[in-house]
Design a protein around this ligand. Structure first.
Ligand SMILES: C[S@@+](CC[C@H](N)C(=O)[O-])C[C@H]1O[C@@H](n2cnc3c(N)ncnc32)[C@H](O)[C@@H]1O
Length: 200
């Protein structure tokens, strides 16, 4: 928590503009976006402010809602509805056909079973032709793309053995099973990627 008692992530401050530059292009025709694992709510405020043509729907586990609401209340934007309580493993996902689903830095935190549930949920909640956009570190052919990602993966696994940087090819298989076709794989600063799929 910072001096205003809101949750705060320095990483979000660092990565929000590079992510925004890509979202601005990708989401130009989207009206509704569901964010999975909104965390502090910082990304939501930044992206919703910069993309006023769309509604940015935060979601996360209930324990993060108070913090997200602090960010949303302070910003008082017209396009950030109250966060949804969404654990990706729950069987019932929101009914809405979202035009896009966005998630940053969440799939290396969740267990692999949760990642599989995430893709099942996405296939229910995303409209036909909708976009699924993930930001974060990925391995390719089971290889780290940098030393710093290898160290980060060790840190993640020591914290929780079910966490870990995901392999791009494994994620692509889940995406394929969910009828998502890869559109973009964009190099981002600090050895991160921004992946974008479109639902068939
Ligand atoms: C490292 S934080 C990333 C937060 C934010 N997206 C960011 O980029 O700063 C991981 C997020 O995933 C969420 N998360 C973990 N497991 C989840 C689950 N099973 N369902 C939904 N969200 C989950 C956490 O609550 C947390 O907000």
């Amino acid at each position: 928590m910072n001096e205003m008692n809101k949750p705060y992530s320095a990483a979000c401050d660092n990565n929000r503009d590079p992510i925004f530059n890509e979202l601005q292009k990708l989401l130009r025709n989207s009206a509704t976006v569901l964010e999975i694992g909104s965390g502090t709510g910082q990304h939501a405020v930044h992206f919703a402010r910069g993309l006023p043509h769309l509604s940015w729907q935060c979601s996360d586990l209930p324990e993060n809602h108070e913090g997200i609401m602090q960010w949303l209340d302070e910003a008082a934007l017209p396009n950030t509805p109250v966060p949804l309580s969404l654990d990706v493993t729950q069987s019932e996902w929101p009914e809405s056909d979202f035009d896009a689903i966005f998630s940053a830095n969440a799939i290396h935190i969740m267990s692999w079973n949760s990642v599989k549930a995430l893709f099942r949920g996405i296939s229910q909640a995303l409209a036909k032709n909708g976009l699924c956009v993930f930001y974060g570190p990925f391995n390719y052919n089971n290889e780290y793309t940098s030393e710093s990602n290898a160290r980060f993966d060790d840190w993640l696994k020591n914290r929780n053995h079910e966490s870990g940087i995901r392999n791009f090819e494994d994620i692509e298989q889940l995406a394929h099973d969910a009828e998502l076709i890869l559109q973009e794989d964009i190099t981002m600063p600090a050895n991160n990627r921004l992946l974008c799929w479109q639902k068939q």
